[in-house]
Design a protein around this ligand. Structure first.
Ligand SMILES: C[S@@+](CC[C@H](N)C(=O)[O-])C[C@H]1O[C@@H](n2cnc3c(N)ncnc32)[C@H](O)[C@@H]1O
Length: 217
């Protein structure tokens, strides 16, 4: 708005022309640089046949939010091939650390081959349930829950791992073509559970694949 009024003052552009200009620039296109490893991981993901990759808009939001937690302890449940991992790392500062869990060694290997040189990252091959049960006393400033655990299973345990002011992020909350029967009900139930919690401030974004960002009060 400020830019528009300044330009209007300067160039005396009619407001309908300015509104056309803001529509042109205010788009979903990501103009900032993608993480270095992204193209390679994306190509390896395509070749691997992995079908659950995070959407690039979600990844961009993950990076933006990661930058809000300097010196942060980050947790990702569901590494996949490391697409979202690469974006989270790209938003983190040098003093931050990210632990990322997945139970599928084939896909984790792709993440590992492109990201293991980043000393801030710890990739762990484990069952999400077992891992959460044995780490539930740990605290994190940022949790991206992108598998069953921390989303549809062990939700309370994972939310209790958030620090005050910590971010909890889930995607794929809008109906997805690969949802199995009965998944709609699970998603509706999760939204209700999150909204009913008095220790979270949250916003549902009907954008990308449907994202909920919550902050622990
Ligand atoms: C939606 S995908 C993750 C996508 C990834 N974040 C990305 O950016 O592409 C969900 C992941 O959960 C993993 N997964 C499924 N069951 C699991 C379990 N019991 N424990 C740990 N990971 C599991 C799958 O292997 C899969 O990689």
């Amino acid at each position: 708005m400020r830019l528009e009024s300044k330009m209007a003052d300067t160039y005396c552009l009619p407001s309908y022309y300015l509104s056309l200009m803001s529509t042109k620039y205010m788009t979903e296109t990501i103009h900032q640089k993608f993480p270095k490893a992204y193209d390679n991981i994306n190509e390896a993901t395509r070749l691997s046949g992995f079908t659950m990759a995070s959407d690039v808009l979600t990844c961009s939001l993950l990076r933006t939010l990661a930058s809000s937690k300097p010196n942060g302890k980050f947790l990702e449940l569901g590494t996949g091939t490391g697409l979202s991992t690469a974006w989270i790392l790209d938003g983190m500062d040098e003093a931050s650390t990210l632990t990322s869990i997945d139970n599928d060694p084939k896909f984790l290997e792709i993440a590992q081959s492109f990201l293991e040189m980043d000393k801030r990252l710890q990739l762990t091959c484990a069952d999400g349930g077992e891992w959460v049960e044995s780490h539930k006393n740990q605290k994190y400033d940022y949790i991206f829950a992108d598998t069953w655990h921390g989303k549809y299973l062990l939700l309370n345990e994972v939310l209790s791992m958030l620090t005050k002011g910590g971010l909890y992020i889930v995607d794929d909350m809008l109906p997805q073509p690969n949802w199995p029967d009965g998944h709609h009900e699970k998603a509706i139930n999760l939204i209700g559970q999150l909204e009913n919690r008095e220790d979270l401030s949250l916003t549902k974004q009907v954008w990308a694949t449907g994202i909920i960002v919550a902050v622990k009060k």
